[in-house]
Ligand binder design. Sequence first.
Ligand SMILES: [Zn+2]
Ligand SMILES: [Zn+2]
Length: 358
Amino acid sequence: MKALKFTDVWCVRPSEVPALECIDADDVIVNIEVCGLCGTDVGIITGDYPVAVAGTTLGHESTGTVHKVGSAVKRFKAGDRVVINPTYACGECRLCQTGNPNHCERKHGTEAGVSYDGTFADQYRAKERSLILLDEHVSFEEGALTEPLSCTLTGVEKLNISHTNIRACVIGAGPMGMLYLWSLSLAGVNAFLVEKNPHRYRFAMDVLPEGTHLYNDFHQAMRAEYGSDDEKLDVCIDTTGYLSEVVFARLAPGGKLLNVALKDYSATLDIMKIADKSLSVIGSIDSLNNSFARAYNLIRDGQIPVARLISHCFGFDDYQQAFATVGCDIAGKKQHAISEPNCKVLLRIPAQKKECAA
Ligand SMILES: [Zn+2]
Ligand SMILES: [Zn+2]
């Protein structure tokens, strides 16, 4: 079978590897249908997020069809359509036992597409408990957005929002920014969105929650929303990682900055202000508290219009073109600005099915 292997920074190529077999009794072999491209994949390829183990198959946002099940598997059979939760948690280590299974101490070696062979491949070896059956009306493409949506539900929960009349902002209109915007909207909060890339801006314009304002500059947005350069903000979700200091200076007392960007970037923040203004600087990664199942339910019930966030779907062989669409030029070993309207980009894995169903 084919698998997109990471061997070193900028070294990513399809390899032919043996078909997978169940090892443990609760293993399920899934034939992958769709796998989404994620900022994590780009960070691994470019070296910005140096966490991946050389030789690992990339990819973690996926759906597929059950191929084989281990002897103890009860809930699934060959042919079932499923979505895969790629984040393993042992349930027994100190971090799992203290409510942080997304930081399981045994994550290294088990994390799909980072330290465990992921889903940019014909097959993936999953655990029974990491799968959810896809309802018939949910396409493989829509289902593939369960994982990123789950991450945004986790992040929004960390903000502990108690009032819907707060001033809120999301920075970045990539897939995470858009999913955060929609997750906030479901929580009753109307945030404004800032995106400086004109192509991402163009795509976002048509998929905003009702009443959302879109800007290409944070300061201009603050002025337009609140009327002056002295006004402050209650909540900001920065998906780019680059505006921490700028946003921090504009947080109102009690304000919260959620950073979800995996960027190799440092910021200087005023410690006195954190205490004096009761500010919070929060990070969030992966899923928590059953957010994966809840994310799937929101997609199933049409509460988050994930199909509209899918801008591109490429066949596996066109993986370089797919990554180039999100600014990652694998052949040229360089990053470039996004140059066409886009949001979520997917790879269709089976060779015979290149069309996107979403
Ligand atoms: Zn992801
Ligand atoms: Zn653990």
